[in-house]
Write a new protein. Sequence first.
Length: 694
Amino acid sequence: MAKTIAIVTFMELAAEFYSGQLKELFGDLIETKLFSVEKHTTNQGITGDIIIVSTYSIYKAIKNNLSVESEVVIPNLTLSKSALSKIKSIPRGTKCMLINSSIDMCIDTISLIGQLGVNHVEFVPVYPGMSKIPNLKLAVTPGESRFAPKNISKLIDIGDRIFDVSTIIEIVLKLNLEFLLKDEKFIRYSERIATNTYSLEKLAGKTNKLESQFDILLRTLDEGIIGINADGVVFAINSSAERIIKKEKDEVIGRTAKELFNYIPFEEVMDSMKPVRCKLIKINDIYIDLSIEPVVSGNMFIGIFIIMKKFKDTEYQQQKLRLQLLNRGYRAKYSFEDIIGESAVIVKTKKIAKKMAATNSPILITGESGTGKELFAQALHNSSLRKDSPFVAVNCAAIPENLLESELFGYEEGAFTGAKKGGRPGLFEFAHMGTLFLDEIEAMSLNLQSKLLRILQEKEVIRLGGDRVISVDVRVIATTNEDLTELISKGKFRKDLYFRLNVLPLNIPPLRDRGNDILLILEKIKKDLNSEFELSDEIEKIFLNYSWEGNIRELKNYIEYLTCIAEDKITIDDLPLSLLDSINNINIISAYDYTKVKDIVDYKDFIDAVNDKLNDYITIMDQLFLCYQKRIGIGRRSLSKIIEGKNLFLTESEIRTIFSNLQKYKMITISRGRSGSKLTELGISFMNNVKRVK
């Protein structure tokens, strides 16, 4: 009587393809029933001697609809050797599209190709719904040519992915059709596919019955396989494993694994009965990808299989690490839609940033602390062609120099005391094909600046203690809240690195220059904090006129404070002391009627010249006016401290510019020494006029 196999896939065409593949092997011994998410046929009860569910995500969604009496198989997929040959024929260094139905399917296919040893081609994922299709002429697709864009010149269809040997064996065992493994069809099938994984759990329990079939399997696998029984004794090894461990079969069979393989943590698996997968170790100075699979039957431990494969190329290692990182948090969370503001200055900044995102050039983001430079960096990444690759952020000021070097560039085993066994990739390798965000770049030492410059120029990195050159394709976005040109003049920052990073400069405006954006951002922070208080008109005016030296970060602090005191209507008495201290100064300055001041013809040239900075100039002149009344002079540094105490925070450089212009328009005289700077008669006259029109 024929066995029944239920096949569940996302697309109906895939179910039909897998059905044809199984019919080719099993013939009349099986009947197939097809179900697909696409046709909404997975909502019904699904039964069969076995049920093949194409992906684990589909299994999770429909598992309640599967018969509890049926065995479930989630298949491992691979490519045919002919398909792999087509990919290998692509010239080395070619950059081409990998077209599939979704980003996840693209990544799965790229990862599979890497595991099968193809590393000379750079694949760019292309899938339906992409905002911007890359301008490439060559494309590869696993049977999804219907999604191919029109701009390509050549499309290589490698056909659908097929069941690998381990999946076929698992189906054979679950159907109790072990005799088929001797059939010529199965042997030919195993020889024509490119094997990339295996599933041998059931074989150990049937060693005697399947001895010849097991030998066939071991010979056909590219991976090294070592079988260890429940007593820890080696009972099987294939030729691939012999080449890796450099021992002959006769030297291994019948000996204890502990004696032979003290570098393999098989005892950990024997004790826990949990697998160890994708562990990178060194055997005979060669990196090996190691997996250890326990074989359990009826809660009884039977043995383990050690599965090993050489890491023959660096690119595959990087691809594997990148795919792991996508699930480890190296992602940008924010987009340009998350940047709140309607002011002309922020709208213009976002417009410029969006244009920059479309390029691959380095970006240097400048701006005061707390303005949202990292928010812009994440938005730039998520609007770029690299958005599906990692976004790796590091704060250069938060990590000591020696640790930052190993974090950025990675290290080999034994590079320094405390280095992890097997070494560790650096953040440049983690960010391959993505974005590396270097926050507070000015804190990086000159030594590291030199190494960073080399990587940006050569697109290559060498780990600490290593001699291998690893190619990296990384876009760097750096930020600073310092004047790098001033640091260059002081010998604290490399001029050549500055020009390498400052290809696309982006300045983020301070909060004080964004007008009513302050209130929009305030409402967003309130919403995030579930705050329900309201601001009085007086408080809104104070917020709009406050200097916000700490920018959005400072605003958030105040909103958290006001949320904590939980008043329905916030008045001036509810404000923290740091804000209260600045209110008198704000009230004084805001009381001046500048419309009337500008009508004073005698001062028109001066007012037109300083324009929107008039507030700052009058603030300085107000202090000089007080000094005039007290008959004393004052220097820039002393003035800077007085103004800072009033929470206005003008830098010495800004005060120097104001003094220079005040002297130019004969408002003050600047003297060296104790006499300091003083208002001229014209300056005193100007201040008296300002006082009268308050």
